[in-house]
Each structure stands twice: as C-alpha cells, then as structure tokens.
Design a binder for this molecule. Structure first.
Ligand code: FER
Length: 499
C-alpha cells in the first residue's frame, strides 16, 4: 500500500511542489475561447443594482453577476471585483467579459459558486470617471470606498442576495487602482475577507511594509493572496515589490508574472486564475494558498520501452558523461564507483521481472537498480561481464522484483561501464496518468468531479479513465480513491494507508 501511495505522490508531484511554493509562475495562457460566450452551456445573470451609501449620502450603482442556476435555497460566496482609475461599475463588464469567463468555468466544474459584485470604487457624490481622473479628490475617493464597501455595499448585498456571510465566503480583487484597493482593504479587513487579489496594482497600493504590517496575522487568516502583473506594465515594480516583500517575510501568496501590458488581456487571465483559487475548501483553518489548477502531470515513461541511457534526468557523478556509441547513437560512459544516474517517473505498471541493457565494458562491475533514492529499494542488480572492449556492445540481463507503479529509477554503479539503452520486461499493461480521468494532461477538480459522479452513479467511467481513477491502485475505484485524489488536489501529502 505504501508503494501505491508513493505512485500517486509521484504522479501528482507537481501539485505538491506548488503546494509548498509561495510563487507560481505559469506561462500557460488560459485556453482559447475562455472568455467567449458559449451558447451550449448555462449562463449566469448580469444586473445593475442601486444601493444607498451612508458614506457618500447618495444612491450608488453596482453590477452584479449571479451564477447559472442561482437559487435562494443555496448560500453563495461573493467576490467584490474592482475597476481601474478610468472605470466605473461597468468597466469589467465592458472590457473583461467576467460573465463569460465564469460561465465557462462553471460549465467545466472548475470554480465554486460565487456572486460577483462590481461596484463603483470611487466613493464620492459624483463618482463618474470624468474630468481629471487622476485628481486628488478622485484618488481620495478610491481610498474612501473602503467605508462604502464595509458599511453600505456588503450589508446591502447580504440583505438582497442569498449569501454566505463568513469571511471565508468573501473575496476581493481588482485591477490597477482596484488592485491597490483590493490589497489595501483585503489585508486591512481580514475579518471580512479571506481572499484578496491585486491585478497590476496601481500606486495607490500601500507600501509593502505598511501593507504587510502583521505577517503572522496575515499568514494565519488569509487563505489566498494573489498578485499579478504584466512584465511590460509600467506599474510592474509595484506588484513585484509587494511580491518580493511577502516572500521576504514569508507570507504565502500566489504570484503571476507573464509577458503582458496594463490591459484587459492580462486582467482577464488574472481573473481566470484567481476565481479558480478562491472559495476552495481546505481541510485545515491555517492560511495556505489553495492550489492552482491545471498543473501538468509529470511526463511518465514506460519501463517497458527502451530508455536511452543518456536521457537521465540527473546524475551524481564527477565524470559520467554522454558518449557516442558505435551504432551512431548516444550512451553514457566515464562512470566511477559510487556514481548514479536518475531516470524520473518510470512506470513499471503491474510489475517487471527482468532488466536488459546494451552495455560495453573491458572490466566487470555491477549496476544496482534502486527506487526513488540511491539507497532506496533494490529491485535488481546487473552484473556486468566484460564484453571485450569499450565499444563492444552486448545485451546483458538480470532479474527484477519488488516494483510496481511509477518510481524514479536510480542506476547505482560500482565501476566503469558504457550503457547505450535499457528496458524492463514482464509487466502487464495497465494505465499511466493516474488521476487524470479526462486525459487532458492535468489533474484538476474536473477529474475529481468525474470521479464523484461515477461514485454517485451519475456518469460511469469506463476503460482507461476508470483505470486512472484507481488512484491508490488497489484494483477498486471507490471513495478511498476520491479521498486520495481530493487530498492530492488540495496539496495534502497522504502517506498513511489508513487516511
Ligand atoms: C498612477 C498611475 C496609474 C496612479 C494611478 C494609476 C494614483 C492607475 C491606473 C489604473 O487604474 O489603470 O500614477 O496614481
């Protein structure tokens, strides 16, 4: 059982890497069409609301998106999504297609249900973006909006919509001036918000040390802090400064930088990422960022195909190098006692029983085959007999035992040998790509949803997708697999077979 779990851990290694890191860099743009209207899916509803503000003593407007199938029999999370210096409550709707982005993500089962409230963040009597939009009064109104938000807008929304009212059900985010507001207010009113996102935050962002004046409290309370900025944005240094400072004082956050400008192309990408991070259940109340979705499953190679010796992922050796072999290919040579070479994510499927390598050597030596570390489980030992020369290649074999599933393979050498390729034999062909039920190359909440549907009898997995659902490889697809997969997606390393 232990080994099976190790397989899962390896299969999802990228998740765990990200779970520990405070920095996420992704070059993955959202899939094309992520912001386009799709006619064949359910749609949310967009409406304009008017509320009375005791802060400005005026009626103020906001745009509200309710998700597909909104019903008062359910309580919803709320995201407060803020605009930039030249915008108002319609800016996101006009430029950012948030309704399409969210509709599409709901259809793919990638986000938790949420209402999105897009207010006017310029809290002054005449809050239109007219005249000098940079004037000191207008900038002050962006700061003043915190009082409107806390005292007027949130109470209004919570009285008119079916809303869950805990801090863990409330998120804030914004672009540019709104990004500054989201960071300033999100980290100031942590009793109100457990998630904040600053997209290309503007100079209204507090200095990093003022913003993060209490790192330990932020660590304790915030579930997601997301900061992003396009690399060509003239305001890049503001976001980067906050990111660097948070890294320095050890405040977990998600940082997204990518080629991009101060525009909606970048903000739409940021929204797409941010909404997938928020309102995800974590099993502990401590503040760690939830795990980004769309993390690739590591490339897994079959143990039963020829593995070219020179394609090692890493090595521990002074001299070991890639050599030309007589057949025109490549191999490894210049090996000394104690050297090892590592081949990551080799899938032994249901088990191998022999090993074969094309080797050349004028001397005798041994190659130990070990799993997951240079001193890990010994699955076989190849005794190299002299082949009559460093260019006289011949196949030599040994028996193999004690291995199934995906493992990192360590070749541990006792002395010199040249190796062209190697492979294993004797396994039966079971499935790779554990947990990736829909076969899209990623293990995501979509896969979890498919498994859940299967277990509830709503949509039956078959064939390869069923095999991939047996994440603990015990031969059954059941709620234990669901627990493992969920834990893996949440970034919890499960090392106990008893859960
Ligand atoms: C500034 C540059 C940009 C500034 C604000 C912005 C307050 C905001 C830009 C935006 O919201 O798009 O110097 O000062």
């Amino acid at each position: 059982m232990q080994k099976r779990i190790v397989s899962l851990v390896l299969a999802l290694a990228c998740f765990f890497t990200l779970a520990k890191a405070t920095t996420v860099t992704t070059s993955a743009a959202p899939p094309s069409g992520f912001d386009q209207y799709r006619s064949n899916i359910p749609h949310g509803k967009v409406e304009e609301i008017t509320y009375y503000s005791t802060t400005t003593k005026t009626n103020r407007k906001a745009t509200v998106y309710t998700p597909p199938g909104y019903t008062t029999s359910q309580k919803y999370n709320v995201l407060y999504l803020l605009h930039g210096i030249g915008g108002d409550h319609q800016e996101w709707l006009n430029g950012g297609s948030p309704q399409n982005i969210l509709d599409n993500l709901y259809a793919e089962n990638k986000i938790a249900p949420m209402i999105v409230v897009m207010p006017n963040g310029r809290a002054m009597a005449d809050d239109r973006p007219i005249g000098d939009i940079y004037s000191p009064e207008k900038q002050a109104a962006f700061n003043n909006f915190q009082y409107d938000l806390i005292n007027d807008l949130i109470p209004y929304i919570e009285s008119k919509y079916s809303v869950a009212k805990d801090r863990e059900n409330r998120a804030i985010a914004g672009l540019s001036m709104g990004g500054g507001q989201a960071l300033n207010f999100g980290l100031k009113y942590m009793d109100y918000f457990a998630y904040t996102g600053g997209f290309s935050p503007a100079p209204n962002t507090q200095s990093p040390s003022a913003l993060v004046s209490n790192p330990s409290l932020i660590r304790e309370k915030m579930k997601v802090i997301y900061i992003s900025c396009g690399e060509q944005d003239s305001l890049f240094s503001i976001a980067k400064g906050v990111h660097d400072y948070m890294t320095q004082v050890n405040v977990p956050h998600v940082w997204y930088q990518a080629p991009g400008n101060h525009d909606f192309v970048f903000w739409k990408d940021s929204l797409y990422q941010y909404v997938q991070l928020i309102f995800k259940n974590t099993t502990t109340p401590t503040a760690t960022p939830t795990i980004p979705t769309n993390t690739p499953v590591p490339t897994i190679k079959s143990a039963f195909d020829k593995i070219e010796a020179e394609n090692f992922d890493s090595k521990n050796a002074r001299e070991l190098s890639i050599i030309d072999t007589v057949n025109g290919g490549k191999g490894i040579g210049y090996i000394n006692n104690g050297d090892y070479a590592v081949y990551k994510s080799v899938d032994f499927k249901n088990g191998a029983n022999s090993f074969k390598a094309l080797v050349a050597s004028s001397l005798t030596s041994t190659v130990e085959l070990r799993l997951n570390s240079p001193t890990g489980t010994l699955i076989g030992k190849l005794s190299i007999s002299a082949t009559g020369g460093w260019n006289n290649y011949e196949e030599q074999t040994c028996t193999i035992s004690n291995v199934t599933g995906v493992n990192d393979l360590y070749l541990v050498f006792s002395g010199p040998v040249n190796i062209d390729w190697f492979k294993f034999d004797g396994g039966t062909n079971t499935t790779i790509g554990l947990g990736d039920l829909d076969g899209d190359g990623y293990v995501t909440s979509v896969d979890l949803a498919l498994l859940k549907r299967h277990l509830l009898g709503m949509g039956y997995l078959t064939g390869e997708s069923l095999a991939k659902a047996d994440v603990n490889r015990d031969g059954d697809v059941n709620s234990l697999d669901f627990a493992y997969l969920k834990a893996a997606i949440l970034g919890i390393i499960v090392d106990s077979p008893d859960l």
